[in-house]
Write a protein that binds this ligand. Structure first.
Ligand SMILES: [Fe+2]
Length: 180
């Protein structure tokens, strides 16, 4: 029996491409898909206005799993109204700061946020320059007005429509890298 070794550091630091064995390479080539890359420029994915004080840079749409990813930019002190999640959210604060009225913490650059189905909350940034939040989201977001009345569900189709409508209106190409 061979002894199992615990990895305590990267097993190689060689700066070259290393061929590794793969039993199913032909299938992966024929049936697999490719990873994606979206650069930081407007041509890769534009900032699409979301109201007067916010914009969204769309990064990924997965129609099989109702997953969508983007950067939300709130451009100054502002509120994005109460929404309830029916899926999970992985979020990272990139710039500025953000919080939810419902919780006691404030996210600053490097902060990690995890949101779960059933949570309803109200997003606020008090930072003079607002915030940028990277998000990897799954499932539906239900948006409510200030009286708690349901307005609409935003899921992968709403986010895709938000991106594509803006591209069409501004004569921008649709970036196939966003469709995972
Ligand atoms: Fe949320």
């Amino acid at each position: 029996m061979s002894e199992l070794k615990k990895m305590t550091a990267p097993p190689s630091t060689a700066k070259r491409i290393v061929e590794v064995p793969e039993m199913f390479q032909a299938l992966i080539d024929a049936r697999g898909t490719k990873g994606r890359f979206v650069g930081p420029d407007e041509v890769d994915s534009p900032w699409v206005p979301f109201g007067d004080n916010a914009a969204i840079k769309h990064l990924a749409f997965d129609v099989r799993n109702n997953i969508y990813s983007n950067i939300l930019w709130m451009k100054g002190p502002s509120v994005i109204g109460t929404h309830k999640h029916r899926g999970t959210v992985v979020m990272m604060c990139l710039e500025g700061s953000a919080r939810y009225l419902e919780y006691g913490w404030v996210a600053t650059p490097g902060s990690f946020i995890y949101e779960v189905p059933g949570e309803a909350h109200t997003l606020v940034t008090d930072h003079p320059e607002g915030t940028k939040l990277f998000g990897w989201m799954q499932g539906a977001n239900e948006f409510y007005d200030e009286n708690g009345q349901f307005v609409m569900t935003a899921d992968v189709w709403w986010f895709m429509d938000h991106y594509e409508s803006y591209c069409k209106a501004n004569n921008l190409p649709i970036n196939p890298q966003l469709y995972i």
